[in-house]
Write a protein that binds this ligand. Structure first.
Ligand code: FCB
Length: 460
């Protein structure tokens, strides 16, 4: 083997991730109820090109074929989410047919020897949850839903995550207007939503523990290194503020440190906030799921956005098709810092990936996504360095297994290692899927064999 071969620890969990709304389709089938995301996709002007997730990848019907593809890739683990509005048709009403879909999916995965990692909330809130996350009651409703899922399926999966990237729900929905309910700069709502998501997470962990289930439970966050754009004091202070508002408000409170002052300065005290909530939220978890794509640049620019920040990447930075900068070494630093700062005993990279508009096929009918292969290889190299430095990284999930519905961007950006032809629903392996398959089989890859001139775009 080449001297540049990067070998991963024995038992490293190689995986891929998806989420319910992005791949399943059939959002109202078999008793599933309408959700905030369902309505958002039906609201003119909200989704690029007016697209919706009514069919998406039709995974609701094609899950056996999809699990067979996962098996062919050699995936050791698969991360997916359960749709709350599919499973709970009312506050106390379990929808047996919805639950049954996930029972069948878990059955397929377990039969294929693929370890399921199940996320309970990847953003769809059922319409019956009045006031959405702005209402404290929603945290209790969520806990009840989680309990119903644990009762029915708790023993079918060894890894559970309470929620995916609560920050997106709070910020993108209430400060930046691109997620439901589509409001801008509503700091009061942002504060409440943040706090209630934390509560829902913690009560769900408590419930899982009380039920004595045999697996592990953690939470999944969008985690970025915050890089000051200059060494000027105002940018250094800005970086600190952004770090507190993105990581302090979740991981810090989870670690028993309470909310940073910057949170109350920004959002005020959430209505109904109680000091004893902090004790509830300080719940030890079994693992932290790290979703990471790019660093955030901190440049203090009053009025630029809801945080007075201009995050434009520096000129020359390689970019994906959504203009997200590609800086692989940041992932390694991030994993080491999270481990040291918060003492997590287990970390997973629960999402990492690269978007392209690679729907166009070459004459050989294959997507030659060299930039994605380069991205995955260099980010995995950084993750490997973190392991060598001692970070307890146990697995990695590429985002995404399939091309899918990318929220407000619709189907335009493609993150999959498996290409989906949305007209025929035909799936085919891109070059990146072939590369990943080989990487899993060899438990590592040759650094020297990564594409030499990856076709990134560059920031002008
Ligand atoms: C993450 C989301 C995931 C997907 C990727 C690209 O923030 O968790 O659903 O949209 O970004």
């Amino acid at each position: 083997m080449s001297s540049q071969f990067i070998s991963f620890p024995k038992d490293f969990l190689w995986g891929a991730a998806t989420s319910s709304f992005q791949i399943e389709g059939s959002p109202l089938a078999d008793g599933a109820v309408s959700s905030d995301w369902y309505r958002f996709t039906k609201t003119p002007g909200r989704i690029l090109n007016g697209e919706n997730a009514d069919t998406a990848c039709d995974h609701y019907h094609r899950y056996p074929e999809d699990v067979a593809l996962m098996k062919e890739l050699g995936l050791k683990t698969y991360r997916f989410s359960i749709s709350w509005p599919r499973v709970m048709s009312g506050r106390k009403q379990v929808n047996a047919k919805g639950l049954d879909f996930y029972r069948r999916l878990l059955g397929e995965l377990n039969d294929a020897g693929i370890t399921p990692n199940v996320t309970l909330f990847h953003w769809e809130v059922p319409d019956w949850a009045e006031g959405d996350w702005e209402n404290r009651e929603t945290a209790h409703a969520f806990r009840d839903y989680a309990e119903a899922v644990f009762k029915a399926l708790g023993k079918e999966a060894p890894l559970w995550s309470t929620m995916n990237e609560p920050i997106c729900v709070a910020e993108l929905g209430r400060l930046f207007g691109v997620f439901p309910p589509g409001r801008n700069n509503d700091r009061t709502a942002y504060g409440r939503v943040t706090h209630h998501l934390n509560l829902a997470h913690a009560m769900t962990v408590q419930t899982y523990r009380q039920m004595n289930l045999p697996g592990e439970i953690g939470w999944v966050h969008s985690l970025q290194e915050i890089v000051p754009a200059t060494s000027e004091k105002k940018d250094l202070e800005q970086a600190q503020k952004l770090l507190e508002l993105s990581q302090g408000v979740y991981l810090g409170v989870g670690a028993g440190r309470g909310y940073p002052d910057s949170f109350f300065d920004f959002a005020g005290k959430p209505e109904g906030y109680r000091e004893e909530d902090l004790k509830t939220i300080a719940q030890p978890v079994d693992f932290l799921g790290v979703n990471h794509y790019f660093p955030t640049y901190a440049r203090y620019s009053p009025g630029f956005d809801a945080f007075d920040n201009d995050r434009t990447p520096p000129p020359g930075a390689p970019l994906n098709d959504l203009d997200w900068p590609v800086v692989p070494e940041v992932l390694g630093n991030l994993l080491v810092r999270l481990w040291k700062d918060y003492g997590y005993r287990k970390l997973f990279v629960t999402e990492n990936g690269f978007s392209t508009r690679d729907s166009l096929r070459s004459p050989d009918q294959t997507v030659h996504d060299d930039a994605r292969v380069h991205y995955l290889g260099t980010y995995l190299e950084a993750a490997h360095k973190a392991i060598q430095a001692g970070a307890p990284l146990k697995g990695y999930y590429v985002w995404s297994f399939l091309d899918n519905f990318e929220w407000a961007y619709g189907y335009d950006p493609r993150f999959g290692i498996v290409h989906v032809d949305y007209k025929t629903q035909k799936r085919s392996f891109k070059d990146s899927a072939k590369w990943y398959k080989e990487t899993i089989a060899k438990n590592g890859f040759d650094r020297g064999a990564l594409p030499k001139n990856p076709s990134y775009r560059y920031k002008k």
